[in-house]
Design a protein around this ligand. Structure first.
Ligand code: DP6
Length: 343
């Protein structure tokens, strides 16, 4: 029988808790998968077919400030702008909050701030779910463990479960029907020289959500059955690359995994193509730079933008070739996080 999201919430938290403070706020970084999550074994609980491995984007993320409000509906702000009810951001957040209301009449004010460049293909809603569950945990004093926060964030969006942590993160697919063994954990590796460059191709809202695209791939792509083994091998190679600080293995594995995911989409009915002409031009530029000896690789999610992987020692050369990139240093501590400053 289908386990519901509400049952999972009841399993993990005491929903009759009263707020411990007037408001609480929390930050969560966005994350980019090096080995992708693409396909669910359970749509209701966002349980994945495979494990996946990501890197968190340190200072690029979302902060969520939450309090109870005396009103008939939730008040949701994104970067100080009240979100209208017909936006996907509003609807998905309200649906997520529905899981955690002590009573049906409990309404929240959520002030989400994000510094993610608009349309960069780093969904602000994903780290928004992670930040919101951390803030709810603080507000109600549930005192949950990180893996429990990860399970609850997953109920909002699968990849949000990885945004509970910094650094390299592994989301264990798990096999239980209730998904209580499907959560992310932080990997004990750091790589201070690693850089991620966000290469914006088109910042407009994409035509198809990753949620719909992955479902359509699972249902209609005849090659989807090859995917689980591909990801398992990619994760093994990535872990080996992390063990040996082998950047070329890390980059080559991530790039091949992203291309394989897009190949599946191409073989989906109807075909799903997120790349634009400029995406392909950039890919070719990356390949040319690499054949000239530069250590640069790309990964791509459900959108036309690319994320470049390279080392600090090559940053100047990469910037010369792609002068419009925003560079993130995932392991360099950020002194001041302006995202979480509320007036
Ligand atoms: C391509 O986590 O957005 O970014 O669980 O349906 O909310 P839902 O999907 P979502 O999918 C992310 C897909 C991806 C790959 C990844 O991040 O692993």
């Amino acid at each position: 029988m289908q386990v519901t999201r509400q049952q999972i919430v009841r399993e993990l938290i005491n929903n009759s808790a009263v707020p411990q403070q007037e408001y609480a706020s929390a930050y969560a970084a966005s994350n980019i998968a090096l080995c992708k999550y693409w396909g669910k074994r359970d749509v209701e609980l966002n349980l994945p077919v495979t494990s996946s491995l990501s890197i968190s984007m340190s200072h690029l993320g979302a902060c969520s400030k939450i309090s109870l409000c005396d009103s008939a509906e939730d008040h949701i702000f994104l970067n100080a702008v009240a979100m209208s009810h017909n936006t996907m951001f509003y609807q998905r957040l309200v649906e997520f909050l529905d899981l955690f209301r002590p009573t049906q009449d409990t309404k929240f004010t959520i002030d989400t701030k994000t510094n993610i460049p608009v349309g960069a293909g780093l969904a602000s809603s994903v780290c928004g779910f992670a930040a919101t569950i951390k803030a709810l945990d603080a507000l109600f004093g549930w005192d949950l463990e990180p893996n429990e926060l990860s399970i609850l964030a997953r109920l909002g969006s699968g990849s949000a479960c990885r945004s509970i942590y910094d650094g390299f993160v592994l989301w264990h697919a798990g096999s239980a029907a209730n998904g209580l063994d499907s959560f992310a954990t932080q990997l004990e590796y750091d790589w201070p020289d690693l850089r991620v460059g966000i290469l914006l191709v088109d910042g407009r809202q994409k035509s198809m959500t990753s949620r719909d695209a992955m479902q359509s791939t699972v249902e209609t792509c005849r090659f989807y059955k090859t995917w689980p083994e591909l990801v398992t091998t990619a994760i093994e190679h990535t872990l080996r690359a992390l063990d040996h600080k082998d950047f070329w293995l890390l980059g080559a594995t991530a790039e091949a995994n992203a291309l394989a995911m897009h190949a599946l989409m191409l073989a989906t009915t109807p075909p799903i193509i997120y790349s634009q002409a400029a995406t392909l031009d950039y890919m070719q530029q990356v390949w040319r730079a690499r054949s000239a000896g530069l250590g640069v690789f790309f990964t791509q999610d459900a959108g036309p933008n690319l994320k470049l992987l390279f080392l600090a020692s090559d940053e100047a050369r990469v910037r010369e070739l792609f002068n419009e990139i925003e560079v993130v240093a995932p392991f360099v501590p950020v002194t001041e996080n302006i995202v979480c400053v509320y007036e």
